[in-house]
Design a protein around this ligand. Structure first.
Ligand SMILES: Nc1nc2c(c(=O)[nH]1)N[C@H]1C(S)=C(S)[C@@H](COP(=O)(O)OP(=O)(O)OC[C@H]3O[C@@H](n4cnc5c(N)ncnc54)[C@H](O)[C@@H]3O)O[C@H]1N2
Ligand code: MOO
Ligand SMILES: [Mg+2]
Length: 413
């Protein structure tokens, strides 16, 4: 059976990132947090914009003060006071200084700032009580960033640090990738919505709600198409509708070998290319990945119906695909941490097994705690509060308490 890593490689190979011309939109800076930058940004401004002081103190000429000490202070005449936001008017000459404050423009003639604590002021004179270093406490024009060079590259996510940079560079509108569109529907005669009353044999379609939340969490737009019965005609229509509007289609259920599992047959009748129908993973083995022969060739994930399988296959396979699609330039693959396991972890050794649970901080070190209760893929109850999946590789049957385990950390992104 196809290994998890080969399945991931096939999926990432199939994903075409959004187009940096067609698939973009302009958003205000305040709405740009967590979006993906579609074009590199350059600024006509230098950072700092001008030489300025890093301290509250006195702007001086280094050559005047280089021999200063507490015993033999240099005495300078204060000829100007320069607060932040003020353009200095005078040129500092021999024996002169300017009172200056943090962030204020350096006056011409001065090249060094002496911090206030190393001075004593008496009326219009300042006593320099210690020799500074040459150019000390001056933040030089363009020393952080040179105008016209690249400020931010395309393909990065805009988080608080980038938003700060863009604000400082007066970029009030940004060219970002549009959100990937992800169509979601559930299949099954037994399914009802949260608001319908349950008849014997029925369950709530929790997968659609779970997938909508996951898609939204990773910055994409969920298009909810509802529940469809296990009927070929209805299924063919919903798949056709979904592929027409979405970049990625997620269905759940109907991909195993039962008499009412129609998804793969309908994909075949629609001339989809099915890349694989099963992966050596637990939970989530019956996973269908296909591409459809429409112009924009959306990627189709037929996720298995069991609720735990849906979440695990989303985290392991769909999330990296959405990341690549969204225009992010790198870091699509899941990140595994190596941590000690608090609990004993078991698998039959046949499939790459994912056990859900929580990373707990213990004295500054993460530890994996397995969720209590049944790890059946049909049990969604103990999935609540999951923030990590422990991985037991093929061939391994036991990870003992305190042994190291690889853990997929689920904080998105
Ligand atoms: N003979 C075999 N039977 C099964 C195999 C197998 O290899 N041979 N694989 C099992 C595994 S593993 C899984 S996972 C499931 C996958 O089943 P399907 O994708 O065909 O899904 P369904 O049969 O439609 O449903 C399975 C299960 O999940 C519940 N379900 C379905 N949709 C939802 C939903 N939207 N919300 C909540 N729960 C849902 C459904 O009621 C079933 O209990 O196949 C095994 N069988
Ligand atoms: O793959 Mo299934 O998800 O083991 O139950
Ligand atoms: Mg089935």
């Amino acid at each position: 059976m196809l290994s998890v890593s080969n399945a991931q490689a096939i999926i990432l190979n199939l994903v075409q990132p959004l187009d940096n011309q067609r698939d973009t939109e302009v958003v205000d800076l305040l709405a740009a947090a967590s979006r993906i930058l579609a074009a590199p940004v350059t600024s006509p401004l230098d950072f700092p914009h001008w030489d300025n002081s890093a301290m509250d103190g006195y702007a001086v000429r280094y050559e005047d003060v280089q021999d200063s000490s507490a015993q033999q202070p240099t005495v300078l005449d204060i000829i100007e006071e320069i607060p932040a936001g003020y353009q200095p008017q005078s040129i500092i000459g021999r024996g002169q200084a300017a009172r200056i404050f943090t962030g204020a423009v350096m006056p011409a003639g001065a090249d060094t700032v002496v911090m206030q604590e190393k001075t004593r002021q008496e009326e219009n004179r300042v006593f320099i009580l210690a020799a500074p270093q040459a150019k000390e406490f001056v933040r030089h024009k363009a020393s952080f960033y040179q105008a016209g060079t690249q400020l931010l590259p395309a393909g990065i996510q805009l988080n608080a640090p980038e938003i700060a940079v863009l604000a400082a560079a007066q970029c009030s509108q940004l060219n970002v990738y549009r959100r990937p569109r992800v169509a979601i529907f559930s299949t099954g005669d037994e399914l009802v919505t949260v608001n319908q009353s349950l008849q014997p044999g029925q369950i709530v379609d929790s997968n659609q709600y779970a997938l909508a939340a996951l898609v939204r969490e990773c910055g994409a737009e969920p298009l909810l198409l509802g529940i469809v019965k296990d009927e070929p005609v209805a299924l063919e229509k919903i798949i056709t509708d979904a592929v027409a509007i979405a970049d990625i289609v997620l269905s759940s259920g109907g991909v195993s070998v039962g008499d009412y599992d129609y998804i793969d047959k309908i994909l075949q009748s629609l001339e989809a290319k099915i890349h694989f129908q099963a992966v050596n993973i637990r939970p989530g083995k019956p996973l269908t990945v296909a591409t459809l022969p429409t112009p924009h060739s959306p990627l189709y994930f037929g996720l298995p119906g069991n609720p735990a399988s849906v979440l695990v296959t989303f985290w392991r396979f769909v999330l990296p695909a959405i990341k690549k699609l969204s225009g992010i330039q790198q870091g699509w693959e899941p990140i595994f941490l190596k941590v000690p396991s608090y609990d004993e972890l078991r698998s039959d050794g046949q499939r790459e097994t994912y056990l859900w649970g929580k990373l707990h901080l213990n004295d500054g070190i993460y530890q994996f705690h397995k969720a209590t209760g049944s790890h059946s893929s049909g049990n969604l109850i103990n999935l609540a509060q999951t923030n990590a999946l422990a991985l037991i590789p093929v061939g391994k049957t036991l990870i003992s308490p305190q042994q190291e385990v690889q853990v997929l950390h689920l904080t998105i992104p």
